[in-house]
Design a protein around this ligand. Sequence first.
Ligand SMILES: Cc1cc2nc3c(=O)[nH]c(=O)nc-3n(C[C@H](O)[C@H](O)[C@H](O)COP(=O)(O)OP(=O)(O)OC[C@H]3O[C@@H](n4cnc5c(N)ncnc54)[C@H](O)[C@@H]3O)c2cc1C
Length: 500
Amino acid sequence: MRRLLLVITAWILTGSQILSATSRVPEKTEVLIIGAGLSGMATAYGLKKAGIAYHILEIAPRVGGRVRTVSYERPGMPEIRTDSGMEEYWESNPAVKVLKELKLPMSSDMAASSIVISKQFYPLGGEEPAAFYAKIFSKEEWAALKNFKTKVTPWIHELTEVQADFKPDAHPIRADLMKLKDISFAKFISDEKVPVKVAEWIRISLECEIGTPWDRISALDGLAEFHIFLGDEGEKCYRVKGGNDQFTDGMAKAIGLQHISVNKRVTRIISNGNSVTVNYLDTETNGNGVIKASHVVNTIPLFRLFEVQFDPPLSEKKQQAIHTMTWGAYFKVHIFLNKNAEKFWTLNGNNTLPILTDSDLGVIYDGNPAKKGDVRMVSLLIVADAAERFNLTPLDTVRKQVIDGLEKMWPGFAKEVTDVEFYRYHPRAIASWPVGRSRFDDLSNEIRKPENNVYMAGDFTESSHSDGAFISAARVVKQILETRLKNNVTEVPGKKGKLK
Ligand SMILES: Cc1cc2nc3c(=O)[nH]c(=O)nc-3n(C[C@H](O)[C@H](O)[C@H](O)COP(=O)(O)OP(=O)(O)OC[C@H]3O[C@@H](n4cnc5c(N)ncnc54)[C@H](O)[C@@H]3O)c2cc1C
């Protein structure tokens, strides 16, 4: 009865309130998932479709992980909701299919953005991509960029296919392509001898995606991330109207709030033969609990895994893979402005945001695209070395530096500022692979191999973005189905019939 009441309470809550709803941890389940970010919830979503029982333990008091939408209710202002974590989903991201299945309202945009190259601002003001690129590039430069894309497109498709196949031993990356993990993306572009402006456009467009300077990421991984710019127009990107927490709330409802327990820190994973025991600490009551499962899916970002005990320990190769990865850095700033400030980013009545700045300001997004009330907001995604620096600098100093930077770009900006908030992603916002390592190499393949019925998912196992969350979830669901078939477990719990 208590449980029923709890579930009903959870279902009638809306928006971010549903995130504080919690449920009882069962004594056992078929698949225990650690973490209720996109990877954990996408895994549960896939298991639900396969008819396999699951339960999620989440350390935080909310679901979503690095997806976070904040709301501001300042006196005299309408409520404004804006993302302080992830921003957008590229067309090829499997998340987009789930967003459509959940029928969430989305807005879409093209890959082309306003950009500052060598201090020159190229605003995208409502024109078609071809006309916009003609403003940036000469005919020769445009032809060089097209040639470059034509050359790398089949390589990038090959990488995508191998990743989607989940069979690195049977379907490895070609050796000559794999060699690109041993040089930096910067060196690769320099060897391609594209014109300077084209190289700069590639660098600025990519560094904000990878949160890493281009000379510190392997060329193979830089190329894998370049997929969003292929073709004349690049991929479309989608945003969830009202904020990305609409998506994580929607996923939580779809997988069932009764299958998610928040405020539970997983502390120890003990594998014994065909089952796994997971210890957790209830961070509200300080009570320690135990749950048994046939399979455990970890989605804790790999760099945080040292916080959990593994018995037996993770294989040496997995540990080596984790210790030799690097990370991309982000730092977010929300700046509230008077209505008058929209003149800075409006051109012939068109909104020129987002702007890729090529400075410490990173990418300037519109934080209030619905233009609610008389408030305007820009949301800065500061990236790479500037983000690392700001992550360790007193915020009053950061505020001065950021506003000074915007004042230099848009004289008169500072006097329109009414408020500033910061969101740090220290120490690691997203995954990155340095020169000599790659998401496609043997060590990364090792991470993806299940060990003692423990499966590794999470964006850090596949990509620098949330597509990695969904790709890894699809992989672990497939791996669990394969293990069940091998162990002759073909009954779908709670359902009659066999697995297909
Ligand atoms: C500022 C920022 C902007 C971004 N922008 C984009 C973007 O525009 N597009 C895009 O595709 N991607 C973007 N990303 C990346 C995207 O947010 C991630 O790829 C995605 O959210 C990762 O989901 P995940 O579930 O793998 O990891 P997480 O969201 O980190 O989830 C892991 C979960 O595990 C939980 N956990 C940790 N330890 C324990 C424990 N011991 N026990 C139980 N639970 C635990 C955590 O609390 C968390 O909820 C951005 C990231 C950041 C930080």
